[in-house]
Design a protein. Structure first.
Length: 215
């Protein structure tokens, strides 16, 4: 096995290549590691490369793969450029009137892998003041990707119980590109079902789960 540096340096398998020596010679050059091997022995120091190219199976036997806190987007559709886990706190709004969240039950989870965002959790309402009309949940952790021909519009699963009054259809939440809002609607009707707010009351549970594509 040999490590080949694009500037022309190489070592045979009988010589240990340390990270210090490697960094001194290659700076930001490309390292071709087509034959699997360890750099710097079995316990190499932390290394930094602009580009690291390898073939075959990459196996991580311990530790983690860390992405930067701020994503660096890639135009390559085959490149994973972000991973993040966290929580988010939504807020509810109605066409008229007000809906107040229970601050003890308003923290939801999210996981972002590439452009795909998964959300999950339950939000509970603590009080309402004559809410009517449309019902929205805002505060999604990442902005929904804007695309063409409505391909950015999709549904997130949402369940509602302990309602002020029964509904005749079923509940679903939609996303629209360029925003961070879920539009919660009653589906299976002959109209657009944007009158759910009046079904909310203190103690109503909204259980959210699904995926969307972020910018």
């Amino acid at each position: 096995m040999s490590i080949i540096i694009t500037r022309g340096y190489s070592w045979g398998s009988t010589e240990l290549v340390t990270n210090t020596k490697l960094h001194t010679l290659i700076d930001s050059a490309t390292v071709d590691m087509s034959a699997p091997s360890a750099i710097g022995g079995t316990t190499p120091a932390a290394g930094a490369f602009t580009t690291l190219t390898a073939t075959g199976l990459f196996t991580l036997t311990s530790g983690q793969i860390k992405f930067p806190a701020e994503a660096v987007p890639s135009a390559d559709p085959n490149t994973i450029d972000d991973y993040e886990e966290g929580t988010w706190e939504p807020s509810l709004a109605s066409g008229t009137g007000t809906i107040t969240m229970n601050t003890s039950y308003n923290t939801l989870l999210y996981t972002k892998s590439g452009r795909t965002v998964s959300i999950q959790g339950t939000a509970i309402i603590t009080s309402v003041d004559t809410p009517l009309g449309d019902l929205t949940m805002s505060g999604l952790p990442f902005t929904v990707l804007s695309t063409t021909e409505y391909s950015d519009r999709g549904n997130i699963s949402i369940g509602a119980n302990t309602l002020a009054s029964a509904i005749t259809g079923y509940v679903s939440a939609g996303v629209v590109g360029g925003g961070t809002t879920l539009y919660i609607r009653e589906m299976g009707l002959t109209d657009d079902g944007n009158d759910l707010a009046n079904h909310m009351k203190a103690g109503t549970n909204l259980r959210v789960g699904g995926h969307y594509t972020a910018e």
